[in-house]
Design a binder for this molecule. Structure first.
Ligand code: ADP
Length: 485
C-alpha cells in the first residue's frame, strides 16, 4: 500500500486514518500488507523507533538523480512493516503538502520521486506483492508507471495488479505541461486518454486510467463522481471505467476511537453507562472557556475549506446564535476562514469557541464532550467524524451527500434514526437541522434513543476489509486475463 499520509506517523485528514487502519484489518483476515510513505521532517523517528535499511534507492527524475535512504518501523501495535522513503531535500519539511494554505511548488517532483523510489524498492525487499494499492493523486504515478512506464515490462513488476482508491476527487495533482519530464513517463502518455487534462498534467487521472480496478470510499460517492456536479471534470473518465469502480465505506479504528478506553478523556462511558459523557462535556466547556450551561453543545472538527461548507456555517451564525446552543470549532485551513472564525468568536464569546490548530487530543475530547456534531459538506467522499460521533453518543447533523448519506439515518426514521440529515448546503437548511436538534434535545427520551442507536452501529473495518479483498482478487484476475470487462 502506498500513501502520502499514514496515522500515527503523519496526518492531515481521513486518508491517514484509513491507511493506518485498513492494513490491520487485512492482516487479521490473513493477508500480508506492507506500507510505503515519505519520511517527512515531522515524523517522530525516535518515538516510532525507525531503523535504517541497508542500501540506498536512487531514482532519476528531471535532470538529476535522487538518492533515497529507506527506513522501516512497524505500524504501532502490529508487526506490519512501514517503509519510509527519506529524501531530505524533498520531504525534510515539517508539513505534508502545504504551508499557510499554499501548496509546495515542487509537489509533482516530490511525489514523483516518492512513487518511483517506492517501486524501485520492491526488488530489494525479497518480497513480492501481488497487488499494489495506491491512494489518491500523490501515489497515482506509481500506478501509471506500472501501466504505461518503462517498468511495466520488467518481470519484477509485470505481475503486480493495481488498485487505486479515490479518497477525494477534488485533489487531482494538476501541474503545467512543462513539468511533464518530472513524471518520468513516456511523452506518448501525455494524451487525453492517459494523463493529459485540458492541456495540463493530471496525476490522479493516471491512477484512474491505469489501475486494474478502482475504488472510492462510499457507495453514494462512487455514483456521484460519475455526474457533472461532483465529477470535477473527470466524470467522463469515471463513466468509461464504471465497470471497474466500487464504493466501499471506510471503517473506523475501534481501538483509537473507543469511549470506554480513550486516553484523551477525563471519564469513560458506553451506551449503557452514559454518566462519563457529562463529565467530558463539562471538561470541554471549561477547557474552551464556555459557560457550563445545559445548552446543546455542538462540535465541529474539519479542514477549514470550501468543501466542508464552513462558509455556510458562518453565514448561518446570526440565526444559529439565537438558539440555546454552544459551538466548539477545531480546524485549520484557508486563512480567510481563520480570520472570519476569529472575528465570530469575539462577537459570540459565550456561545462559540474556535481553536485554529491540528490537535488530536482535543478532537477526541470534542467527540466525547459534544452533544451533537455538525457537517455541512458540499461533497463528502466518506467522512469519518460522523462515525466517530455515533460511537461517542454524539448525534451527527449532516448534509445528505456522499458517505454522510450512507451512514446517518434521519430522525424521521424513528427507532432506526441515528442523527439529523439536511438536504442542501445553505444557511437555512443547516439552521433548520440545528433547530430540530434543539427540539429533540429537550425530550430526553428521544435524544437518548438517538444516541444509543448511533452507539450500537458497527463501523469496524472487518466488513469493508473483506470487500477490499474481493477487489484485490478481482484485480488479479483482471491483470492475468480472466478479466471483468
Ligand atoms: P477529510 O479527510 O476530508 O479531511 P474526514 O472526515 O474523512 O475528512 O477525516 C478527517 C480526519 O481528520 C478526522 O479523523 C478528523 O478528526 C481529523 N481532523 C481534521 N481536522 C483536525 C484538526 N484540526 N485537529 C485534529 N483532527 C482533525
Amino acid at each position: 500500500m502506498l500513501a502520502s499520509e499514514v496515522h500515527p506517523f503523519a496526518k492531515t485528514g481521513g486518508l491517514a486514518d484509513v491507511v493506518g487502519a485498513l492494513p490491520q484489518a487485512l492482516t487479521a483476515l490473513g493477508h500480508e500488507v506492507r506500507i510505503g510513505m515519505p519520511l517527512y521532517g515531522s515524523v517522530d523517528r525516535r518515538r516510532f523507533r525507525l531503523q535504517p535499511i541497508q542500501g540506498v534507492v536512487t531514482v532519476a527524475v528531471g535532470d538529476r538523480t535522487w538518492p533515497c535512504r529507506i527506513w522501516t518501523a512497524p505500524l504501532p501495535a502490529t508487526t506490519l512493516p512501514v517503509y519510509f522513503i527519506e529524501q531530505p531535500e524533498l520531504f525534510g519539511r515539517a508539513h505534508v503538502y502545504q504551508l499557510d494554505g499554499r501548496d509546495d511548488p515542487d509537489n509533482l517532483l516530490r511525489f514523483s520521486v516518492f512513487c518511483q523510489a517506492a517501486l524501485a524498492l520492491i526488488p530489494h525487499l525479497r518480497w513480492q506483492p501481488q497487488v499494489l494499492h495506491a491512494h489518491d493523486w500523490q501515489t497515482a504515478l506509481a500506478v501509471a508507471h506500472l501501466a504505461f512506464g518503462a517498468v511495466a515490462r520488467a518481470p519484477a513488476f509485470s505481475s503486480i495488479s493495481t488498485v487505486f482508491t479515490i479518497h477525494n476527487l477534488a485533489y487531482q495533482g494538476l501541474f503545467p505541461r512543462e513539468q511533464w519530464p518530472l513524471t518520468g513517463l513516456p511523452e506518448s502518455t501525455f494524451r487525453i486518454d492517459r494523463l493529459e487534462f485540458y492541456g495540463q498534467i493530471n496525476c490522479l487521472k493516471g491512477g484512474l486510467v491505469g489501475a486494474d480496478l478502482l475504488t472510492t470510499v462510499s457507495p453514494t460517492y462512487s455514483q456521484e463522481i460519475q455526474t457533472k456536479e461532483f465529477g470535477c471534470g473527470l466524470e467522463g473518465v469515471l463513466q468509461t471505467r464504471r465497470g471497474r469502480l466500487t464504493g466501499i465505506l471506510n471503517g473506523i479504528d475501534p481501538q483509537e476511537w473507543n469511549p470506554q478506553t480513550d486516553p484523551h478523556l477525563p471519564a469513560h462511558f458506553s451506551a449503557d453507562r452514559l454518566a462519563g459523557k457529562s463529565i467530558c462535556k463539562l471538561t470541554l466547556q471549561q477547557r474552551q472557556n464556555l459557560p457550563t450551561r445545559h445548552d446543546v453543545l455542538i462540535g465541529m472538527i474539519q479542514r477549514l475549506v470550501d468543501q466542508k461548507g464552513i462558509d455556510v456555517f458562518l453565514d448561518a451564525l446570526p440565526a444559529l446564535m439565537t438558539l440555546p446552543i454552544q459551538v466548539v470549532v477545531l480546524g485549520t485551513g484557508d486563512p480567510r476562514y481563520h480570520e472570519q472564525l476569529t472575528q465570530a468568536q469575539q462577537r459570540y464569546a459565550d456561545r462559540l469557541s474556535v481553536t485554529l490548530a491540528f490537535d488530536n487530543g482535543l478532537a477526541h475530547l470534542i467527540e466525547a464532550g459534544a452533544d451533537a456534531f455538525l457537517m455541512a459538506s458540499r461533497f463528502e467522499p466518506c467522512g469519518l467524524n460522523q462515525m466517530y460521533s455515533m460511537r461517542y453518543g454524539t448525534v451527527p447533523m449532516v448534509r445528505r451527500v456522499g458517505g454522510l448519506a450512507d451512514t446517518v439515518v434521519d430522525l424521521q426514521a424513528r427507532e432506526l434514526a441515528t442523527g439529523l440529515v439536511f438536504e442542501s448546503a445553505d444557511p437555512a437548511s443547516l439552521t433548520e437541522a440545528v433547530r430540530r436538534a434543539v427540539v429533540a434535545f429537550r425530550d430526553q427520551r428521544v435524544w437518548r434513543a438517538l444516541m444509543q442507536q448511533g452507539m450500537r452501529q458497527d463501523w469496524s473495518w472487518d466488513r469493508s476489509a473483506r470487500r477490499y479483498v474481493e477487489v484485490y482478487r478481482q484485480a488479479m484476475a483482471t491483470r492475468h486475463g480472466q478479466g471483468v470487462g
